[in-house]
Design a protein around this ligand. Sequence first.
Ligand code: SF4
Ligand code: SF4
Length: 429
Amino acid sequence: MRVKAQVAMVMHLDKCIGCHTCSVTCKSTWTNRPGTEYMWFNNVETRPGVGYPQEWENQDYYKGGWELKNGKLRLRAGGPITKLMNIFYNPNMGTMDDYYEPWTYDYEHLIDSPKSENLPVARPKSMITGNYMDKPEWGSNWDDDLAGGSEVVSRDPNVKGLQDHIAMEYEKTFMMYLPRICEHCLNPSCVASCPSGALYKRDEDGIVLVDQEECRGWRFCMNGCPYNKVYYNWNTHKAEKCNFCYPRTEAGLPTICSETCVGRIRYIGVVLYDADRVKAAASVEDPQDLYEAQLNCFLDPFDDDVIKAAKEAGINEEWIKGAQESPIYKMAMKWKIALPLHPEYRTLPMVWYVPPLSPIMNHITNEEELNTDGYIPAVDQMRIPISYLASLLSAGDTSVIRKVLLKLTAMRVHMRSVNVGGIDELGKS
Ligand code: SF4
Ligand code: SF4
């Protein structure tokens, strides 16, 4: 057993209100310099939608991505011509159109521009070229609240098979928010893809960083990361990414996105894992087994053998205690209500999500069903289809999502009966 400590995050999606405060505070802390205008280390996506950068979940050849070959993870290389081209440049790299051209208001003329029938008339200005734009073409959350309608929704690869839910049938639409940061993966493909060895995973807490001195701007990390969470600074010609606010976490403070989160959806904690199990877990053949395989990497922080091995590995008492009190340990490992985002990418991500409950679509009219238990089968009638959540959080295995939603529903019913009386009290007041 090779024990390592890892900082991790769980986001409780039921509580996200899509206010973007986390994105703004992160941006003003980390990416407010020339060259970083289009970067959002933290972004919040409205789902269904194509996300940011556009279609980042599209792991086809042109967007890069990783595949399992002969038991090993490798970057998709394409045919012989592409392999030859790979020697000279990175053909899978995204373009600015996948992100967006950042723009600003023309403050100078905002007030004194000529009168017109429709206001405002001042045109936005590109922050890269300095030219006036007819209109911004795209933004980091263009599909906010289904603004893109069916065109955007149907480009979400997770919507496959859910055509009757696309935005054309508005009475069946659903939406949810998905905040995203770098996953600080146990098996980070960004690190593996860097020819300069500039990306590295810190031994003491698992945070994945880019050494700015070593980075040579190859940009293989940009599509080596299946979550598309590495960016290229056009001013310094170096890669940049979320650093889990390490100057803050080292001082015992939460990340800025967590501290300022309006919905209080973010939980941070330490987990212990066995580094010897990582490779085998990432190589499991069936994608639907990857969630269990990743769970199997984690260690029980109360187990005497684990504590002994952790101490021998140099992990101090404070961190071991932190792992025992960690909300991540409770939500992801003990209660099993948090799940990894796209476990099928095989990088063993360390930002996990509690899936959202949503309103029941059909009224329960049968009086006999209207009891405490009657709410439980209703998870299958929730507005957000279980199959959509499964495509995000369990490689399509709906039984995993169903179990989590049943637990959350049961807890909600229990807490309601504790706080406001049981369902059998209905109508008695
Ligand atoms: Fe690397 Fe991407 Fe994983 Fe972050 S999410 S550690 S950038 S592979
Ligand atoms: Fe959601 Fe919190 Fe971000 Fe607001 S600050 S969008 S509630 S994660």
